[in-house]
Design a binder for this molecule. Sequence first.
Ligand SMILES: Cc1ncc(COP(=O)(O)O)c(C=O)c1O
Length: 447
Amino acid sequence: MNDATLREIMRRDDRFLGRAMKIRFFPIAPDRAEGTRIYDVNGRSYLDFTASWAVANVGYGHQRVKESLIRQWERLSCCSLTSVFQATSISLAERLVELVPGDFAKKVWFGLSGSDANDCVAKMLPMASGRPRMLSFMGAYHGQTMGSLSLSGHSAQAKFLGLPNVVKVPYPYCYRCPFGKVPSGCGLFCLTFIEDYVFKTVCPPEDTAAVIVEAVQSDGGDVVPPAGYLQALEALCKKHGIYLVLDEVKIGFGRTGKFFGFQHEGVVPDAVVMGKPMAGGFPMSAVVARQEILDAGTATHLLTVAGHPVGCAASLATIDAVLDEGLLENAALVGAYLRKGLQELKQRHPLIGDVRGRGLILGVELVKDPGSKQPATGETAKVVYRAFELGLLVYYVGIHSNVLELTPPLTLTKEEAEEGLAVLDQALAEVAEGRVADEKIKEFAGW
Ligand SMILES: Cc1ncc(COP(=O)(O)O)c(C=O)c1O
């Protein structure tokens, strides 16, 4: 913080970059990155448990992705897939159709961000079904554009009214069940609630095009639904002829230990949304859906440079890296190891109320005390800040801003997991002892 170069970069950032695009947790100015490490402008190294919000699944600067991207750039640096036939982009579409389960005809739509891909869902599902309504979940984060923010149920999007056709229901957040139930005896009451109350009142099923859901509700607090929930939701959708859409933007491409997060539950969605890590860091998104959904209208949701050949080449290499380099296995193995370490920290730190996750998406919910479960929001911001000072990058999420989120590159080793755990251990202890001043986080409001 005393460093003049960093201060000058921060001053220019404050002067020229709008606050609308910022969630800042600590003062880092990255200069370069490699694998699981980020180096700041002073050459200081950080172990990255964020992967830049779950983008760098294959690690930073992956060689295979880099070569593929450069090769494509040298051959054809850009084109607009809207109006040409481009083989690399089609190859990626073919690959994605193969990867997404479902024994029916599927097609692909390409975009640039998770948000515009969820806008595709917001437009095309009602158009394809002839039904106007959509159902989504409280706590869900689907993006910041108008369609995707309308589908979202996160406090980050509540500043805008959004579209009126979306009804939101509680997600199965069992640690804080909104119905006051406990998982062992609830009989998935939150699903009964949809069928017996929501469908009978504000959201008639015959008017409902689709349900959109995250298999791990990530920005809502890294909440994992109880076993059987997604299958029961799928059955409910089938019963009423409603499309099931899985938003895999954050957890797809291997993060949970399977290529898609919903594959842990064996469901077969009608549409799958992907983004963030799919092109190894290059901005790109996609929707893979039943053919009738993406063929429902011509030129109804198109972006000039979507399906960019360079992004598609990078994505093909990213898929190969995830599948051929053992990243699914590593995410499962190191994820379980990290989770066990976090459970051990929970024994020693009363600040930790819950540890949850799947593979290498892990959430650590901090509470004032385990009995009341009162969210420890300020403490969470301080732990994140102190971890940064100690050389570990980690962000927080959650509707109460009190969940440490661990989404490292899927190349993380057990030794690196240990390194991160040691930092979290120290940061949690120092925050609990009141040794991290309020002053430190004053400029860093997070979200
Ligand atoms: C599940 C999910 N969907 C969609 C988005 C939006 O993606 P983007 O920020 O790339 O537009 C996010 C972003 O965090 C996300 O977590």
